[in-house]
Write a protein that binds this ligand. Structure first.
Ligand SMILES: Nc1nc2c(ncn2[C@@H]2O[C@H](COP(=O)(O)OP(=O)(O)OP(=O)(O)O)[C@@H](O)[C@H]2O)c(=O)[nH]1
Ligand SMILES: [Mg+2]
Length: 220
């Protein structure tokens, strides 16, 4: 598959699987580019989105049932940097207890790796704003990690219908008065809606910092 292109620019985020991280010590040393995490409730579409961004359908395991991803999975982006696919949290009200060990692994990585440049917090377009998502976003912010709210599965709603969750999330982001909180970006891993914008955003996160890769294409 070709890298996603927008207005003549191309943001090549093709990636390879590196490992499932049970312990942060297994991860490659910092300095090879930053990490962009994907977090959100189980089944929200994190792994599907990585597959689309990386242009490879079989890269991350996806599933109809929540819990397809049980440990954080690390993917190396060929042009520099990493995706980190966090296991989903909080499904069917028993998430916290049953998924404790995968959450432990996620927390350990976040504490150990200051090179997590940003987290994309995925939320389902069909659901109202959920406190569990808001708390997760705030937790990453407490860890001083910039967070971008990404509203997924927009293909399941009409154009009018998707307006509502996007509006709800943009109000919430405004109310938080936090300059490290971005979005909401509406996307669909199914139709590809919003992917050029999201690819550009990820590219800028990876290139925008003081990483070893230097400058890439910029917004404008
Ligand atoms: N309609 C629609 N379905 C989607 C979209 N993205 C993912 N899905 C479906 O949602 C289900 C879950 O997708 P995954 O990518 O496995 O979700 P996940 O967030 O990685 O789930 P966990 O690994 O359990 O945390 C699968 O059946 C996907 O086909 C989308 O944009 N639109
Ligand atoms: Mg997954």
């Amino acid at each position: 598959m070709k890298p996603i292109a927008t207005r003549g620019e191309s943001f090549d985020l093709r990636a390879n699987f590196v490992l499932s991280v049970a312990d942060p010590h297994q991860m490659p040393p910092p300095g090879e580019g930053g990490i962009v995490g994907l977090a959100g409730r189980s089944n929200v579409g994190k792994s599907s989105l990585i597959n689309r961004l990386a242009g490879s359908q079989g890269l991350a395991r996806t599933g109809k049932r929540p819990g397809a991803t049980t440990l954080p999975n690390l993917y190396r982006i060929k042009t520099g940097g990493y995706f980190l696919d966090f296991p989903g949290y909080g499904y069917m009200n028993r998430g916290h207890a049953t998924k404790a060990s995968s959450q432990d692994a996620s927390t350990a990585i976040v504490l150990a790796r200051p090179d997590i440049r940003s987290v994309l917090m995925l939320v389902d377009a069909r659901r109202e704003l959920l406190p569990v998502d808001q708390e997760a976003a705030r937790w990453f912010r407490l860890m001083n990690i910039p967070v971008t709210i990404v509203v997924t599965k927009t293909d399941t709603l009409s154009r009018n219908g998707r307006h509502l969750p996007v509006l709800g999330w943009s109000r919430w982001i405004e109310e938080e008065e936090d300059e490290g909180l971005f979005g909401p970006l509406p996307v669909s891993a199914r139709t590809g809606e919003g992917l050029p914008e999201l690819s550009r955003h990820v590219w800028e996160i990876l290139r925008g910092g003081s990483g070893p890769e230097g400058d890439g294409p910029t917004a404008g």
